[in-house]
Write a protein that binds this ligand. Structure first.
Ligand SMILES: [Mg+2]
Length: 167
């Protein structure tokens, strides 16, 4: 369980959280620059970099994304993050775009009995059931894929992390 020195985990999805999609077709200006990753254009606003850096002050960040190792290969550099890499969950080919529950086994295994938060644009009933069934403090934050990670999400997550570390 939690103590004064071990931060809670934050599982971080990429598509729909850092890399945005699903804008209205007539949008005049993209919410961020396009970055080419393995031949696919990703709209990744620079503003999510400082937000992740803030979250790293209150959490152990872990990539929980179908990007797997590509997250470390591209995102710390693209976003000028204050770390070179993060732990990566691997899904053994189970990644399905547009759903999140295929991440549950890997997330549950990594989380163990530690407090954990999870930010993702695809949360379903299986995810909520998992969160509700844990003994350790657990928080799920759902993003809008066209908006992604906001300052409000960061404030909420850091507030939660602080609240569970205070006796
Ligand atoms: Mg996603």
């Amino acid at each position: 369980m939690t103590n004064g020195t071990t931060p809670p985990i934050l599982f971080v999805d990429v598509d729909g959280v850092l890399s945005l999609f699903g804008f209205t077709p007539d949008i005049r200006e993209l919410p961020g620059p396009l970055h080419w990753v393995d031949g696919v254009a990703h709209c990744i606003p620079a503003s999510v970099g400082p937000r992740l850096a803030r979250l790293a002050e209150g959490f152990e960040l872990v990539w929980a994304t179908g990007w797997e190792d590509r997250a470390n290969e591209h995102l710390p550099f693209l976003l000028k993050l204050p770390f070179a890499s993060l732990p990566v969950l691997r899904f053994d080919g189970r990644a399905v775009f547009g759903s999140a529950h295929w991440k549950l086994d890997a997330i549950d295994e990594y989380a163990g009995d530690r407090p954990a938060a999870w930010i993702d644009d695809n949360i379903d009933e299986a995810c909520m059931a998992w969160a509700n069934g844990r003994d350790a403090p657990t928080l799920i934050v759902e993003t809008l894929p066209a908006v992604g990670l906001t300052d409000e999400h960061v404030d909420d997550l850091l507030g939660w992390a602080k609240s569970i570390r205070e006796p």
